[in-house]
Design a protein around this ligand. Structure first.
Ligand code: ZN
Length: 69
């Protein structure tokens, strides 16, 4: 898997824009312990993806992608 690829494009389906945000999230039902998923998002879709996860009450953490590299 390439969840945390720093040169990734936006995780939104069909979007080819370069990502500038990362969203670390967890599904408490399937992710045990500190297992996490990372999505990356462009400026346009970071809000969409965050709302998608928030609507499911998944714990999430949004940060700038540049800060990680
Ligand atoms: Zn996008």
């Amino acid at each position: 898997m390439t969840d945390a690829d720093t040169s990734a494009t936006c995780s939104r389906a069909g979007c080819r824009a370069p990502a500038s945000w990362r969203i670390d999230w967890r599904n408490p039902r399937i992710h045990t312990g500190d297992r996490r998923k990372t999505w990356v998002a462009c400026d346009e879709h970071v809000g969409y993806l965050r709302e998608f996860l928030a609507a499911r009450s998944f714990p999430l953490d949004v940060s700038a992608l540049e800060a990680a590299s």
